[in-house]
Write a protein that binds this ligand. Structure first.
Ligand code: PLP
Length: 467
């Protein structure tokens, strides 16, 4: 039986609610208690949807979720329960996944340059599937874990547009693959497959088809050398949010066609992949509080290039907003992931459309001038203490965030559409109901009514927390 994280409260909602209204509810709750810390709302229903959508669109491809993208324990546990496998890059990531009860066989150690002690840890715990792309790694594996099941990572073509290049660091050029495979054979190692990563946030689906074609050539070299060659790993790079330059479904179609052509299912090669962004990007929404604000002159600078604090009476000012998460925290994605973010306010659409917009900038809370989230963005006038929010903050955000300057990490809460939750955890949730530990926590705004098919357990209000 699946046992869900007993200690993590999950807000279950009787029907889908907009992110805007979820954020509104959090802000109302925070305002009541005088709370002003930044917060993240993780929509687990979104992760469930993504998982199912993957299976629908890429039924041949087993996902190994890339833990580096977002190592949130609640998300990892849910993905494990849904049946996902995992791509880990270090001992700590392997430990974290194993601690959820995931068997070692559902993990790929997808780091072609592994620290020796971490490789020893993998060997001790039976995490045998791992990537390599260089000679030194083969000698290391030979001395530490000669029974490992090796997957050669090749370098895919670099002429396609991606958000984050990975080929500058990893991947054996296909023209050198034969030499590496020969060395693996001379060392009596087990090579079981080929992998590649087209680059994170791939914007052109053809990158996958060309890489799959290239992988076929190297795959055949492996077969010719006598390796069993049972696996193709098509890496990550899949888009994870609505506004991505290319739709996941479009990429999936191209991948599926290329697989059918170069690795037809009759051949029986196992196809896996290492998606990160796809599963989590849209699941996290970040709420931040405006902790300070400066009204400055729009055009004029002082003698030393500083902004002039007081615009003249006739001049339209620019506004600098300071919020309590920044590039040293969740917005590290601006630096490391080359991400772009857009800001949302809690004003409703009509109000927002009608409002005059000032040239504004949004800054993080630390003392570093680098800590800028948005350099120039048109925004209505906001007061200190108001809240802003950012959607699509699930990928490459929390996993690399620091608390530099003592700025706290956002609190995290989780929510899910109740029907979806029950589909994944039918027994657990219902037993909570029966045991009467389901706390009634009204969350609905006045005037909202329940959907007819929703019948809350006795004592439960419209929306509740299982804990
Ligand atoms: C080896 C490896 N696999 C998978 C991923 C996940 O990629 P994405 O988030 O683009 O799906 C990465 C990202 O850097 C990676 O380095």
């Amino acid at each position: 039986m699946k046992t869900y994280m007993e200690t993590t409260p999950i807000e279950l909602h009787p029907f889908s609610q907009s992110i805007h209204s979820i954020v509104e509810q959090h802000v109302q709750a925070a305002n009541k208690t005088g709370g002003d810390d930044p917060f993240i709302v993780g929509d687990l229903g979104d992760v469930i949807y993504k998982y199912r959508n993957w299976l629908r669109n890429l039924p041949r491809v087993k996902p190994f979720y890339a833990v580096k993208c977002n190592d949130d324990s609640t998300v990892l546990k849910l993905l494990a329960d849904l049946g996902a496998n995992f791509d880990c890059a270090s001992k700590a990531e392997i430990q974290k996944v194993l601690s959820l009860g995931v068997p070692a066989g559902r993990i790929i150690y997808a780091n072609p340059c592994k620290q020796a002690s971490m490789l020893r840890y993998a060997a001790k715990h039976g995490v045998s599937m791992m990537t390599f792309d260089n000679e030194a790694e083969l000698h290391k594996v030979k001395s530490i874990y000669p029974d490992a099941k090796l997957v050669l990572r090749i370098l895919p073509p670099s002429n396609f547009k991606v958000q984050c290049e990975l080929g500058i660091k990893f991947g054996c050029h296909p023209s050198k693959a034969l030499n590496l495979l020969q060395l693996a054979r001379d060392l009596d190692l087990n090579v079981m497959g080929i992998s590649f990563h087209v680059g994170s946030g791939c914007e052109e689906p053809e990158a996958f088809s060309v890489a799959i074609q290239q992988a076929r050539v190297v795959f055949d070299q492996g077969l010719d050398l006598g390796f069993p060659m049972t696996l193709l790993d098509i890496g990550g790079g899949f888009p994870g949010h609505e506004a991505a330059p290319v739709k996941f479904e479009t990429v999936a179609k191209t991948v599926d066609m290329a697989l059918d052509r170069y690795f037809p299912s009759e051949e029986g090669v196992e196809i896996i992949s290492e998606p990160g962004r796809y599963f989590v990007a849209s699941a996290f929404t970040l709420g931040v509080n405006i902790i300070a604000k400066r009204v400055v002159s729009r055009d004029q600078q002082g003698e030393n290039g500083e902004l002039i604090d007081q615009p003249s009476l006739s001049e339209e000012p620019a506004i600098m907003y300071y919020v309590n998460d920044g590039v040293y925290g969740s917005f590290n994605c601006l630096l490391y992931d080359h991400a772009e973010v857009s800001v949302n306010t809690l004003k409703n659409a009509d109000e927002d459309d009608d409002e005059f917009k000032y040239e504004s900038s949004v800054w993080g809370p630390t003392c570093d001038g680098l800590d800028c989230i948005l350099k120039s963005v048109p925004m209505g006038m906001h007061d200190v203490g108001e809240w802003l929010y950012f959607r699509d903050m699930g990928a490459y955000t929390v996993s690399a965030a620091s608390t530099f300057n003592g700025m706290p990490a956002p609190t995290r809460t989780y929510m899910c559409d109740a029907d979806l939750w029950y589909e994944v955890y039918p027994n657990v949730c219902k037993s909570y109901h029966k045991a009467g530990v389901c706390k009634g926590l009204p969350k609905m705004k006045a005037g909202h009514s329940l959907q007819e098919e929703w019948s809350p357990a006795p004592g439960c209000a419209e929306s509740f927390v299982c804990n």
